[in-house]
Design a protein around this ligand. Structure first.
Ligand SMILES: Cc1cc2nc3c(=O)[nH]c(=O)nc-3n(C[C@H](O)[C@H](O)[C@H](O)COP(=O)(O)OP(=O)(O)OC[C@H]3O[C@@H](n4cnc5c(N)ncnc54)[C@H](O)[C@@H]3O)c2cc1C
Length: 461
């Protein structure tokens, strides 16, 4: 870390994954960084009110793990020592897309199976250990402060729990308050246009339940079965620290929600073309009742299109773009944006918001297109279906067929989905040829492709 030009102060509003990663890179450029979060933030890995999604299974994409390891050297080893699983994303996971399973061979794509709460707690303690970062909990952000002509954000209004409003002067304010953030309202209060928002409602309900995991009981570390237009329901099971499986079942469309009663929940898992999941749930001990969450609308805020932006204000992570989580991208995009922020700061602070929002938009483009394109495969999801969207979705449908036959196609798909390879990689000649050839000979199955087998065979180590 360079110590030249480390001056001034930055404030981060929101101390979850997005805010903590921003604080980590800001600590390289600012002499002091203060993170405010309205929740209590204990050292332990616990769920908390401000992050209601943390009890649901979270996948960390290969690109996300790679960046986190760069920002916090030793993270993978430390979390593995706490019970997380370092995995090969193709070899160690059961992937079923449109009913087609990707062959399980080594891919070199390194993943980490860990709960969201454990990952956040680890990152928080690493950030807290930075000498120039302070994390203050129980402090709610109320709004922004500006200079006399309103052209520069000069601070933030903070309400400590049980106290009075405080005014904190600073050189930079970063809004990392998540998908429900009030950044656009705060800007409007200062006389700025709020950013235009792109919105898609994925019409998805998650129901999640934890189960006891017996180490070594299965030959996979995760099962990921995605919904398809013909079978608009799916599920994931991710092994996590604390010897548990974190299981999420999901349905796309109002009439496809997984049941919350235990028998209905198990029966729903039995409809998936990934019988491993049903086998797992049939024999594992539940560690609590199923928890339901209707996913909020996916929102992309187009800060990069604003004609007027104040200096001294940024937004990051879900505050810029909150995706349909079925694609597991949120934390990885937050990490990629942190790297973009670091690069922008290395070029100086002049015009930082405009440069950052433009660069962050490029980071968001691919995962947003992938997630929205995936959502729009479902007829129940409302949104504009351009010719390009229809072409790409048709191609992806054929690609899933080819991926089941050719490990190299499966690897390329997973590499793109894990944000390690740009999407044009899906159109490399060797991939296109296999996709077109496989697509000629098969149509995607709409019912489970593997007949229910004996539990022991499906989950044998
Ligand atoms: C059901 C579900 C499943 C998901 N699964 C995945 C997955 O598999 N993989 C993945 O990568 N991502 C997943 N995500 C997304 C992921 O959780 C987020 O992208 C990630 O948490 C980063 O979010 P964030 O830090 O921007 O905001 P959040 O995690 O939402 O945190 C916002 C923070 O701001 C604080 N806050 C809010 N308002 C204020 C205020 N006024 N003042 C002070 N503090 C405030 C909150 O207390 C909280 O700490 C999922 C999301 C959901 C909803």
């Amino acid at each position: 870390m360079s110590t030249t030009n480390v001056t001034g102060q930055a404030i981060v509003l929101g101390g979850s994954i997005g805010g903590l990663l921003a604080a980590r890179v800001l600590s390289e450029s600012y002499a002091k960084v203060i993170v405010f979060d309205r929740d209590e933030l204990p050292a332990e890995a616990v769920d908390r009110k401000g992050v209601p999604q943390s009890g649901h299974a979270h996948g960390l994409l290969a690109r996300g793990r790679q960046i986190l390891e760069e920002l916090f050297p030793g993270l993978t080893a430390d979390l593995t020592a706490q019970g997380a699983a370092a995995i090969d994303i193709q070899r160690d996971c059961v992937w079923v897309n449109d009913g087609h399973r990707i062959p399980r061979v080594a891919s070199g794509l390194e993943g980490l199976c860990v709960s969201r709460r454990a990952l956040e707690a680890y990152v928080r303690e690493r950030v807290r250990a930075l000498p120039n970062v302070e994390v203050r909990h129980g402090c709610e952000a109320l709004g922004l402060l500006t200079d006399a002509d309103g052209g520069t954000v000069t601070g933030a209004r903070i309400l400590p729990r049980g106290g009075r409003e405080e005014r904190h002067a600073t050189d930079l304010v970063v809004d990392a308050t998540g998908r429900g953030n009030r950044g656009p309202t705060w800007l409007a209060e200062l006389g700025y246009q709020p950013p235009v928002e792109d919105r898609v409602d994925p019409q998805t309900v998650y129901v999640s339940r934890d189960y006891r995991r017996i180490p070594g009981e299965t030959n996979f570390a995760a099962v990921l079965c995605s919904p398809s237009p013909a079978a608009p329901y799916g599920g994931v099971a991710i092994s996590a620290e604390g010897d548990r499986w974190m299981v999420t079942l999901l349905g796309v469309g109002a009439d496809q929600a997984p049941p919350v009663d235990p028998e209905g929940y198990l029966a729903f898992a039995g409809r998936l073309p990934a019988p491993e999941l049903h086998a797992l749930l049939s024999r594992a001990e539940p560690l609590g009742p199923p928890k339901r969450m209707r996913l909020p609308t996916s929102v992309r805020r187009r800060y990069e299109h604003l004609a007027r932006l104040p200096e001294g204000f940024l937004a990051v992570a879900d505050a810029i773009c909150s995706f349909n989580p079925a694609y597991g991208q949120g934390m990885t995009v937050a990490a990629a944006e942190a790297m973009v922020l670091r690069d922008c700061l290395r070029q100086g602070r002049r015009g930082l918001p405009r440069r950052f929002f433009a660069a962050a938009a490029k980071v968001v483009d691919v995962p947003w297109d992938m997630a929205v394109g995936g959502d729009l495969r479902h007829p129940t999801v409302v949104g504009p279906r351009s010719r390009r969207t229809r072409f790409l979705n048709g191609y992806v449908t054929r690609l899933h067929v080819a991926a089941a036959r050719h490990p190299v196609v499966g690897r390329r798909f997973l590499s793109v989905a894990n944000l390690m390879t740009p999407p044009p990689g899906l159109f490399a000649p060797g991939i296109v040829a296999r996709v077109l050839w496989s697509g000629r000979r098969a149509t995607p199955p709409v019912v489970p492709v593997v007949p229910p087998a004996r539990v022991e065979e499906l989950v044998a180590p």
